[in-house]
Write a new protein. Structure first.
Length: 86
């Protein structure tokens, strides 16, 4: 088995999602924070990049939704910030 750059990118993405979830469970990060959504979205994006080189449909579906939900989280955070500061 060879371990090349798409594998490294995917592993970094998975690690980012895992560490973000651990930080959430430890109370170090809030699920309403923009950092939570950004880290999850970036992790999902990195996994999607790796899937472009070794495609797996079910993994692509879950990561695509993970990314879309994270983008929605960033949007909600920004909307709240803009409505709080007229």
């Amino acid at each position: 088995m060879s371990y090349n750059w798409p594998d490294i990118v995917g592993t970094l993405g998975a690690g980012m999602i895992i560490v973000t979830y651990l930080a959430l469970q430890m109370g170090k990060i809030s699920p309403a924070s923009i950092l939570f959504s950004i880290l999850n979205g970036l992790g999902a994006f990195l996994i999607i990049v790796s899937l472009c080189y070794d495609f797996n449909f079910s993994a692509f579906v879950i990561e695509s939704f993970w990314l879309l939900i994270s983008v929605y989280g960033v949007y909600r955070y920004m909307s709240r910030r803009l409505s709080d500061n007229p």
